[in-house]
Design a protein around this ligand. Structure first.
Ligand SMILES: C[S@@+](CC[C@H](N)C(=O)[O-])C[C@H]1O[C@@H](n2cnc3c(N)ncnc32)[C@H](O)[C@@H]1O
Length: 215
């Protein structure tokens, strides 16, 4: 095996550093957008759920800022067990496709980089969205920060490195509207930290309408 030169090691380390820096900036931008949505809530929401919350880093921050709100996070893999931090924050090991809540339990639903993980099997994204509709109150808001396939993608590159289907923005929006969400707003949040990656990050705001159109 040939010797690796010092300059090659430095160049690899530098590429890793640049990647982590870009990722940190992107995550901050996604969190800032979600935080801003909560700050601007006029309806005085109190029950907030984050789906696919990972280890709960975002909710831990938000629960210190928004002291009148109650936060619940669920994740089926990143959490080993349920964690009850206090009366205003708990994290549950649970699946988005089978949420352990009564219908109409939450005023606000948050998700960050989750939907591209769901749905490389048949109709899972649609099933997840129907679950989201059910656990929200009528008029409740769904704020999702997610990566979507760029418009000018080459046709043979519609999956990510793990062969997951990337999400097409227009299709996703239509699917949500067909279930019973009203689309409110789209905001560009940033590009992917990996160079030449064919996704961009957007924030989407939806309102839960009164009628579930699909079951
Ligand atoms: C890219 S990570 C994002 C984690 C967190 N939202 C963040 O931004 O740091 C996607 C998360 O979604 C979770 N997830 C994917 N499918 C899920 C499902 N069906 N039910 C619950 N959690 C799910 C994964 O376990 C993972 O922690």
């Amino acid at each position: 095996m040939r010797n690796i030169r010092k300059s090659e090691v430095w160049s690899l380390l530098n590429a890793k550093y640049v990647y982590w820096q870009k990722k940190r900036v992107l995550v901050k931008s996604l969190q800032a957008w979600l935080k801003n949505r909560l700050e601007n809530e006029i309806g005085n929401p109190n029950q907030i759920l984050e789906i696919g919350c990972g280890k709960g880093h975002t909710l831990k921050q938000f629960s210190k800022i928004f002291r009148n709100f109650t936060f619940v996070g669920i994740d089926n893999k990143a959490l080993k067990r349920n964690k009850h931090y206090n009366e205003r924050l708990q994290l549950l090991k649970a699946d988005i496709l089978n949420m352990p809540f009564e219908n109409s339990s939450f005023d606000i639903l948050l998700s960050m980089k989750v939907f591209h993980y769901i749905g490389y099997e048949d109709k899972e994204r649609e099933r997840a969205l129907i679950e989201c509709w059910k656990i929200l109150n009528e008029g409740g808001r769904f704020y999702m920060a997610e990566c979507f396939l760029n418009q000018n993608y080459p046709k043979n590159k519609e999956t990510d490195s793990n062969n997951r289907d990337l999400i097409k923005l227009a299709e996703f929006r239509k699917m949500a509207e067909n279930i019973g969400f009203k689309f409110i707003k789209l905001q560009f949040l940033g590009v992917c930290p990996v160079n030449e990656c064919n996704v961009s990050f957007y924030g989407l705001s939806f309102e839960r309408l009164s009628k579930l159109k699909k079951r």
